[in-house]
Design a protein around this ligand. Structure first.
Ligand SMILES: NC(=O)c1ccc[n+]([C@@H]2O[C@H](COP(=O)([O-])OP(=O)(O)OC[C@H]3O[C@@H](n4cnc5c(N)ncnc54)[C@H](OP(=O)(O)O)[C@@H]3O)[C@@H](O)[C@H]2O)c1
Length: 346
């Protein structure tokens, strides 16, 4: 039997994405095969497409950081999960596919009653937001935070989770996303027309306790300047590097160096780089624990991921068009099959 997947054929713009057909893989010992219902399309996939993500396999390969689906076959020695169980997983690569084989211990059951499409939103964007808030910045009730890219997938997750902790929240976003940011409890700042450092001073008087910065580059030093004494800068991305045709790699490395350099200032404030993939490698228990905590929050309806678009997998180019232009408010989901066949709402 054949199945479809989307591959990056070479590094570059979105036209490098191609739909291919392969023979259905058999799960090896200790693996499960998942019939994928949906996968997230994230800005991180754009970095992979452009060859700016560490430790990528050679082309062609499928991107796709997270999946939700139904276990349809298990390999030798696998007792759980069972065939038919709906599961989510952080795949990092390979998610843009109708089927994927994964180690059984890497998949997490989705509780009954939880919408699988909402569940897949949690894996990358919400776990990252949750870990940055609680494991890295260790926010305390009522603290003041600044979120860059507040209208995006991670930004909107930070807002929802920050609200549960009664944080006072500010978020940079382009004008058309301001209503969205406000609806999630953030005070929007238009980074295109205003200097966010000055605006934070005007709005707060003495700055914020934590900044979440996925933009990198020249933002890092400016984000640091908005911090109060004992403030924390959490850098988790470098989307600004994509604005440059040349020297992207250099800009990326110098951004990382800046994060370490800021700590040398020893002025009571600190900066730290966060990566969900590195954290999962170092603390695998945290990932499972935090994802389960989020699945519980979802089943208790305390969080509701903002899904901006549901697009068929084979139209992944359209999803990347939206990612390239920051066109979405919240998460973009790629649906396998026609979505309806697979239990998705379309
Ligand atoms: N380290 C990790 O573990 C980890 C995990 C997940 C994601 N990431 C990274 O985090 C970043 C955000 O990811 P995402 O999935 O949330 O992406 P996303 O959904 O595309 O959101 C990014 C948001 O940033 C806004 N933006 C763009 N330029 C901006 C600027 N100069 N100032 C302020 N806002 C700006 C965009 O829209 P507007 O310009 O319209 O406001 C967009 O809403 C990416 O760099 C991604 O690679 C890292």
């Amino acid at each position: 039997m054949k199945y479809k997947r989307v591959v990056i054929t070479r590094h570059g713009s979105r036209d490098v994405l191609q739909v291919v057909e392969d023979n259905l893989p058999e799960p090896q010992s200790g693996q499960v095969r998942v019939k994928v219902l949906a996968t997230g399309a994230a800005f991180t996939d754009v970095l992979m497409r452009e060859g700016l993500y560490p430790d990528l396999p050679g082309v062609p390969f499928s991107p796709g950081y997270d999946i939700v689906g139904t276990v349809d076959q298990v390999g030798d020695g696998v007792s759980t999960p069972k065939v038919g169980q709906v599961v989510v997983a952080m795949t990092i690569i390979g998610g843009y596919a109708e089927y994927i084989c994964l180690p059984a211990q890497d998949v997490v059951p989705v509780p009954r009653g939880v919408d699988p499409i909402e569940a897949v939103c949690l894996v990358l964007s919400y776990v990252a937001a949750y870990q940055m808030l609680h494991r890295v910045a260790k926010v305390k009730r009522g603290e003041r935070i600044l979120i860059h890219g507040a209208g995006g997938a991670v930004g909107s997750a930070l807002l929802q989770l920050g609200k549960l902790k009664a944080l006072e929240m500010f978020g940079t976003a382009s004008q058309r996303k301001h209503e969205f940011v406000s609806s999630l409890g953030g005070i929007p700042i238009d980074y295109k027309t205003d200097d966010f450092v000055q605006r934070i001073q005007e709005l707060t008087g003495d700055g914020v306790d934590v900044v979440f910065d996925g933009i990198g580059g020249s933002y890092l030093g400016r984000s640091y300047r908005t911090l109060r004494p004992k403030g924390r800068l959490v850098n988790y991305g470098f989307s600004s590097t994509l604005g440059f045709k040349r020297g992207r790699f250099f800009r990326l490395v110098s951004s990382l160096a800046q994060v370490s350099f800021l700590n040398l200032l020893a002025d009571g404030r600190m900066s730290v780089f966060y990566s969900i993939a590195l954290d999962k490698e170092s603390y695998p228990d945290w990932f499972q624990e935090d994802l389960n905590a989020l699945l519980n929050l979802l089943s208790e309806q305390k969080i509701k991921p903002a899904i901006a678009y549901k697009i068929p997998l084979i139209e992944a180019v359209r999803a990347h068009e939206l990612l390239d232009s920051f066109g979405a408010m919240g998460k973009i989901i790629l649906l396998c099959g026609n979505g309806l066949d697979n239990g998705c709402n379309g």
